[in-house]
Design a protein around this ligand. Structure first.
Ligand SMILES: NC(=O)c1ccc[n+]([C@@H]2O[C@H](COP(=O)([O-])OP(=O)(O)OC[C@H]3O[C@@H](n4cnc5c(N)ncnc54)[C@H](OP(=O)(O)O)[C@@H]3O)[C@@H](O)[C@H]2O)c1
Length: 259
């Protein structure tokens, strides 16, 4: 930090900024220097480098919020398998690594066979094909399969897994990589007491941000985070933008701004 007029920060402090629509409606997502609102910032937790903080980024922070939502719902490792959809993506990779570290049996869903070894190295106990949960069966209830799920795909995938949730199971829904439209019935909610927990990282309040970042430094194995990182420069952004839209980026990309 170069200078500060905010009571909580002074020049030289290190901090994290994600969300608040920076880079979306506020210009400067990739700027080398920017003036931003101090209330948007989280102090960089002790022991976390700025590179690792950005490797975690919005996706990893959101994965942590999903795990916290499941925990607050009462989900525990002894209740059964936890499904992670879009597992080789940013949210999915970090969620897989955190849940495995916390003792959950993680079942990772991916559409890319070449990521199986990677997902196992993050802690996935089992890997299923994305296609196997890409289409709802049409039945309001199916055999109880998942104690919980972190869903970064949404759409038909979310509709397919709701009837497969165990009694009192919960889905932390944070993404729309597979679509926004959710066609389902109320049956999983009213017969099995299933919960659909919405997770937003963009306007997440400061106190919860601080809790989530502290949890990330404790519950995300750093060597696993390091194995997720691809490094890039500003010149790589057009290529990477296309790769993201094509669902071809694995783990996390850290952009070196050269500052
Ligand atoms: N709620 C929030 O605050 C918040 C925060 C961050 C991100 N998000 C959303 O969460 C989602 C995941 O973010 P991310 O950063 O992890 O993105 P990402 O790195 O691009 O990963 C998305 C993953 O979803 C899977 N996928 C892609 N296209 C698909 C399709 N058509 N059908 C089914 N699966 C598909 C792929 O996983 P596999 O190759 O393993 O199948 C892909 O790696 C995005 O929709 C993003 O907008 C929301």
């Amino acid at each position: 930090m170069r200078e500060s007029h905010h009571a909580d920060y002074k020049a030289g402090d290190q901090f994290i900024l994600t969300g608040w629509r920076v880079g979306e409606i506020h210009w400067g997502g990739y700027a080398e220097k920017a003036r931003v609102k101090g209330d948007w910032l989280v102090p960089l937790p002790q022991g976390l480098s700025t590179e690792r903080a950005m490797a975690i980024g919005t996706a990893g922070f959101t994965a942590m919020l999903c795990v916290m939502a499941l925990e607050e719902h009462g989900v525990r490792p002894d209740q059964g398998d936890v499904l992670v959809t879009g597992a080789a993506g940013g949210v999915g990779s970090v969620a897989t690594a955190i849940l495995a570290r916390l003792g959950y049996r993680v079942v990772a869903s991916t559409g890319r066979a070449e990521t199986h070894d990677y997902l196992r190295s993050l802690g996935a106990a089992e890997i299923i094909e994305r296609a196997s949960i890409a289409t709802p069966s049409g039945k309001p209830l199916e055999s109880e399969r998942w104690a919980a799920a972190v869903d970064s795909v949404g759409g038909a995938t979310l509709a397919a897994i709701l009837p497969q949730m165990k009694y009192k199971g919960a889905v932390a829904a944070c993404g729309l990589a597979g679509g926004t439209k959710l066609e389902t019935t109320v049956i999983p909610f009213i017969i099995r007491g299933v919960s659909l927990l919405g997770v937003d990282s963009v306007a997440c309040p400061l106190l919860r941000r601080k809790v989530a970042w502290a949890r990330l430094t404790k519950d995300l194995p750093m060597e696993k985070l390091d194995s997720m990182i691809e490094r890039a420069t500003l010149e790589d952004l057009p290529r990477l933008g296309k790769a993201i839209l094509d669902g071809q980026v694995k783990g996390r990309v850290v952009v070196d701004l050269g500052v």
